[in-house]
Design a protein around this ligand. Structure first.
Ligand code: ADP
Length: 448
């Protein structure tokens, strides 16, 4: 039994967790920085605790402050949301040591998947197909060149501790290798404090397709189908959809079976996402995220499942409330990440939202924590909210998205809403004819 959940996060994801708890009759504790005193998650939770100053290192990332907040309020479980401490194995271990349930996997599984080299080796041994590349870390430039010659250019030099699309460098040809290798190492050291890198074949026109899995502590594992997150800018997803237009039922069931078998063997607990690049009918593992994803609502919309509720049940030691054969996919769903950014330059646009009226109606879900008069602080990410649309099929979804975007009133800050309106007019977008590089190319062409 879990009776009080502390949400170690902010913004829309904190609200998402509070909503699930309220529907389950579980008490909630919000934590916040001094910059978030007026934030919606603080207002909606049953209790709140101020962790510290605006800087995340002194508030949302401060483990001792969060443990103290649990002790003060008597919270018996912590939901980390995404970002911040959600993939910090030490956090999971410390909570464990304090007999507070971490609503997520074990510290050991987080640690394993956080090391991209170890993760790749492990999943390969469990039967999951991976991107061709170096077997493990690459020590020096001569070894790097040898490996790249063998797998063939272009190649990517990637940080073992990487995340958020950082610490990744492309070498188109041999002549680029020295610089790519040196800058990837340098960037990895600066961003992650770890300069270990590895090499992967660069896939020219893949899609990003990820499989949502869910596992309880009794050995039951199910997959909830895929999400196609191929529309990316600087390796960051901005639009996601489910199902993917390039997978049929047979292909979905096949990759689903492979992933479920692997996760069973791993003895994993909680929700997770196995991310693949997909090219010419083949899947290539790139990483596993051991947490709830930003884009989880598209899966909820087509399966009718509440993924956060399931997470809480699993953390309480309960059995999954469904089995694979009960998982059905209904219609199509898309998600637009509405950021407080300039729609062309993508420059952050913090400030006060003077007017706010989100769209509604059938098949429209807005996951956001902003309100009219709310000031977006400059200290955190620029996500205003996620506009999630559900329809009987993709065509209905896009029509509904168009009218929802037209309804959206948000004044006072720049947003990426015009970008989605523009994309809806593009034939490639309407036909889902895009790979992971499409958006970058499109933006470049339109900037000229
Ligand atoms: P991160 O942890 O930083 O998100 P990932 O390994 O998940 O890094 O990669 C992020 C994105 O980078 C992918 O969605 C894809 O767009 C691109 N990418 C990663 N590996 C490759 C590859 N081998 N070839 C082409 N693009 C890649």
């Amino acid at each position: 039994m879990i009776s009080k959940v502390l949400i170690a996060n902010r913004g829309e994801i904190a609200l998402r967790v509070i909503r699930a708890c309220q529907e389950m009759g579980i008490a909630t504790v919000a934590v916040h920085s001094t910059a978030d005193e007026k934030a919606m998650h603080v207002r909606l939770a049953d209790e709140s605790v101020c962790l510290g100053p605006a800087a995340a290192a002194q508030s949302y990332l401060c483990i001792p402050a969060i443990i103290a907040a649990c002790e003060i309020t008597g919270a018996d479980a912590v939901h980390p949301g995404y970002g911040f401490l959600s993939e910090n194995p030490k956090f999971a271990d410390v909570l464990d040591a304090h007999a507070i349930s971490f609503i997520g996997p074990s510290g050991d599984h987080i640690r394993l998947m956080g090391d991209k080299i170890a993760a790749k080796e492990k999943v390969k041994s469990l039967g999951i197909p991976v991107v061709p590349g170096s077997d493990g870390a690459v020590g020096d430039i001569s070894q790097a060149t040898k490996i790249a010659d063998k797998i063939g250019y272009p190649v990517l030099v990637k940080a073992a501790a990487g995340g958020g699309g950082r610490g990744m460098k492309l070498a188109y040809q041999k002549a680029d290798m020295e610089e790519a290798f040196a800058t990837a190492k340098q960037e990895a050291k600066t961003a992650f404090g770890d300069e270990v890198v590895y090499i992967e074949k660069y896939l020219a026109k893949p899609r990003h397709i990820e499989i949502q899995i869910i596992a309880d502590t009794h050995g039951n594992v199910a997959h909830l189908g895929e999400r196609d997150c191929s529309l990316q800018r600087r390796h960051q997803k901005i639009f996601e959809e489910a199902p993917s237009t390039v997978l049929d039922k047979k292909a979905r069931e096949k990759i689903g079976r492979v992933v479920v078998q692997a996760i069973k063997k791993l003895g994993y607990r909680g929700v997770g996402t196995i991310e693949f690049l997909y090219e010419n009918g083949e899947f290539y593992f790139i990483e596993m995220n051991t947490r709830l994803q930003v884009e989880h609502p598209v899966t909820e919309m087509i399966t009718g499942l509440d993924i956060v509720r399931e997470q809480i049940h699993i953390a309480a030691g309960e059995t999954l409330s469904f089995s694979q054969k009960n998982v059905t996919f209904n219609g199509h769903a898309v998600e637009c990440r509405i950021n407080a950014e300039h729609p062309q330059s993508f420059a952050p646009s913090p400030g006060t939202i003077s007017q706010y009226h989100p769209p509604g109606g059938l098949g429209v879900r807005m996951d956001s924590a902003v309100y009219g008069g709310y000031t977006i602080p400059p200290h955190y990410d620029s996500l205003i909210g996620k506009l999630i649309i559900h329809g009987q099929d993709r065509a209905e979804c896009l029509m509904r998205l168009k009218r929802a975007l037209a309804e959206f009133v948000i004044d006072g800050v720049n947003t990426t809403i015009p970008l989605f309106e523009q994309l809806l007019q593009e034939e490639d977008f309407r036909n889902a004819q895009y790979d992971i590089h499409w958006l970058e190319q499109y933006l470049e062409q339109n900037a000229q």
